[in-house]
Ligand binder design. Structure first.
Ligand code: P5A
Length: 440
């Protein structure tokens, strides 16, 4: 992508409304713009990151056997009356009336809608297990939307739903998603801590939140430090996952909502007690037959008798993760993207557009890198070098490749590692090799 054709409205000044670093940097780097409280437009650079995160989620869900679908943002009120949540949900639910006076709502989550689809389509245990998910915008009319995309009113969620014949099978479905979430967050460059959680308005008795550590996080985590040393599991979903899950859940790990100070002190030796702030990036639930009973989602079991299906639901805050990753990955100059979610891998800076040798070397590098499936943002604008450097530092692409007239004559490129700040000057071929790998 040539920056001369791109839409990257960066801000020089810190926006006064942004209280935390990720919000500030997302506005300054031209990733998002607020349209009203807690509702954002995603500009091209921000959307690229959002899509990269969603794609990692998709790949890991596919490995775990979950199927992607797409449900609408607007839902009929009736199904929420059936489950009993229409009134329970209160003011967080945005209610809408259409021209025929029918009650609709902008979905805050999709347990009811997926249960309706399931009950109308599946009749027998032979069609189980199933796990269906979508990545769709949600609306919750939060009293205090804040911290940019971290606590929005409209936000992008991956939400998945599992269907099983009994509790034992449903717990296995839960374990698979537990593993897939650890793997997904790891691929985004994050270490997520699974903590025992409250089920809130979703319901059920088994639940974990996935929390990444960040000073500005809204949650407080109390855990045994050894949770952080657990290995990221393999995607071996045919294996018994209980040992992997036990590896994590054997230790005390809770957020403020469920914290029990006496238990924490009794179970965790003083030198292993970790208390920190964090961001909830995922939340999973096993709630048994809560919705299938209320909404009559029954399947015939092996003995021919109808039984309510056992369900779980699994959420990842896709748009929240964009902010969460920035909280974890930035420095004084700006964002420092992990390779896997970087909007572009390489920022190519032409120090003298119009200079024949410089243009030629830049074009060659741009074409070669692009042909190798690397995402390159080529700053071909007629701008001051200083402004180009600070924009690249701000938007945080993992590599910068700088070409000026002197280097161009010698066929050389200056490469900067955005993570370490380290610079090296190399010939074109060596540059290609270095730039095609994530920086160390
Ligand atoms: C699980 C999937 C649910 O809604 N139903 C379907 C269950 N869980 S949850 O914890 O309420 O939300 C899942 C994740 O969505 C993110 N999230 C938000 N992100 C931005 N702004 C918000 N206001 C917001 N609310 C929830 C969180 O990452 C949460 O873990």
């Amino acid at each position: 992508m040539r920056l001369s054709n791109y839409f990257l409205p960066v801000l020089k000044e810190n926006p006064a409304e942004a209280q935390i670093v990720s919000h500030r940097l997302m506005l300054r780097a031209g990733m998002v713009r607020q349209s009203s409280a807690g509702i954002y437009s995603w500009l091209p650079l921000g959307l690229r990151v959002l899509n990269k995160i969603a794609d990692i989620v998709r790949q890991e869900q596919a490995l775990a056997g979950a199927l992607e679908m797409l449900m609408p943002t607007l839902q009929p009120a009736e199904i929420w009356r059936e489950s009993g949540r229409y009134d329970d949900y209160g003011k967080e639910m945005l209610r809408i009336t259409d021209r025929h006076d029918r009650d609709l709502l902008y979905g805050p989550t999709n347990e009811e809608l997926i249960t309706q689809i399931f009950r109308d389509s599946v009749r027998s245990y032979k069609e189980l297990p199933r796990n269906l998910y979508h990545i769709q915008w949600k609306f919750r009319d939060e009293i205090r939307p804040r911290f940019g995309v971290m606590r929005g009113r409209e936000f992008l969620m991956k939400d998945g739903y599992s269907f099983d014949i009994d509790e034992a099978n449903a717990r296995r479905a839960y374990q698979k998603i537990f593993v897939s979430y650890l793997r997904s967050f790891k691929r985004m460059g994050l270490q997520a801590i699974p903590v025992a959680a409250d089920t809130g308005p979703i319901g059920g008795d088994l639940s974990h939140e996935f929390i990444i550590l960040a000073e500005t996080g809204e949650s407080e985590v109390f855990c045994h430090a050894d949770v952080l040393a657990q290995p990221v599991p393999e995607a071996d979903y045919a294996a018994d996952l209980t040992p992997v899950i036990d590896g994590y859940t054997q230790y005390y790990a809770r957020s403020d909502e469920m914290h029990d100070a006496a238990k924490f002190e009794a179970e965790v030796p003083a030198d292993k007690r970790l208390t920190a702030r964090g961001i909830e990036v995922g939340h999973i639930f096993y709630f048994g037959t809560k919705y299938s009973n209320a909404m009559k989602a029954l399947v015939a079991g092996p003995d021919g008798k109808d039984v309510p299906v056992h369900m779980g639901s699994y959420g990842i805050g896709v748009s929240r993760l964009v902010g969460g990753i920035i909280e974890a990955c930035h420095d004084d100059e700006g964002i420092v993207w992990p390779w896997a979610v970087a909007p572009f891998h390489i920022g190519l800076i032409n120090l003298k557009p119009g200079d024949e040798a410089t243009d030629a070397l830049c074009e060659q590098l741009y074409q070669n890198l692009t042909n190798h499936n690397l995402d390159v943002l080529y700053d071909d604008r007629d701008e001051r070098a200083g402004a180009k450097f600070s924009t690249m530092d701000l938007i945080g692409l993992p590599w910068q490749a700088v070409v000026g007239p002197r280097g161009a004559k010698a066929g050389e490129v200056e490469i900067k590692n955005r993570v370490t700040g380290e610079k090296q000057t190399v010939a074109l071929e060596a540059a290609m090799k270095i730039l095609s790998q994530p920086p160390a």
